[in-house]
Design a protein around this ligand. Structure first.
Ligand code: HEC
Length: 235
């Protein structure tokens, strides 16, 4: 009897502590969700560990068919694809960071470094599925695998890039008239996206109670909209 009594009291105390913690962290508004603020170091570490292990596990059983980019047209397509979809956040080798890249939190990974540390399957998985609650969008909903694999293949070469290799490649691709284009079904998705999220976005300020949520997702939406606009110009 006395054991049950003790256990009950302990559970009650734990429950009260959990409620207080929830109040302090979630309800009080004390948590700083600003992108120009910082996490506690421990939070950063935990988030990184979760991301690295999650990606490793989920990418574990895929083997993306990466082209070797020996074909010049494909290489050009890859570099233009990277420039249009990724470079605004992931500064390419030898490039300087855009204003957006400088404001991202967490910052977009240096992909030359990522290519050294992660398997091609992991790079592909992240490119296709994105990383929730960061600026990293999923490109799978709007792009076929065959459009993403050349870009990922390009990234696997970044560690060997000299200072001006990327810029030279991009210039050559543009001179050859290569543009970033999509298969037909992708455009439909692009439009749906605009409608779905563009709306929500403009009402942000009215919806005080949803601020936490909106903040978490704003980066991704902004970026996807930017890219969608980009695509429209291309047509
Ligand atoms: C709006 C900004 C943005 C764009 C555009 C973007 N990314 Fe990212 N990406 C990020 C951020 C931020 C992270 C880091 C997320 C984290 O730290 O958890 C990331 C992470 C990644 C990673 C994981 C690296 C690692 O070390 O595990 C890969 C791979 C990646 N991005 C590839 C791409 C590719 C390829 C494109 C273009 C097709 C792209 N990204 C476009 C913001 C972006």
């Amino acid at each position: 009897m006395s054991f049950i009594k003790h256990a009950t009291i302990t559970l009650l105390i734990l429950f009260v502590i959990a409620c207080l913690a929830y109040w302090t962290i979630a309800l009080s508004g004390r948590m700083d969700v600003s992108a120009d603020g910082t996490h506690w170091p421990i939070t950063d570490r935990v988030l990184k560990t979760v991301r690295v292990n999650s990606v490793a596990r989920h990418a574990g059983d895929i083997s993306p068919d990466l082209p070797d980019l020996a074909d010049t047209d494909l290489l050009h397509e890859a570099v233009v694809g990277f420039e249009d979809m990724c470079a605004a956040c992931h500064t390419p080798p030898g490039g300087s960071p855009t204003a957006m890249a400088q404001g991202l939190n967490p910052p977009a990974t240096d992909l030359a470094e990522a290519a050294r540390e992660r398997s091609p399957a992991e790079l592909f998985w992240v490119t296709k599925h994105g990383i929730r609650m960061t600026g990293m969008p999923a490109w799978g909903p709007t792009h076929a695998d065959e459009e993403l694999t050349p870009v990922v293949a390009l990234i696997t070469r970044f560690p060997d890039f000299a200072e001006d290799d990327y810029e030279n490649l991009l210039t050559a691709a543009r001179e050859a008239g290569v543009e970033h284009h999509h298969h037909h079904h992708d455009d439909e998705h692009g439009h749906e996206h605009d409608q779905d999220h563009g709306h929500e976005h403009h009402h942000d300020d009215d919806e005080e109670h949803e601020h936490h949520h909106d903040h978490d997702h704003d980066h991704a939406h902004d970026e996807e909209e930017d890219n969608d606009e980009h695509d429209h110009h291309d047509h």
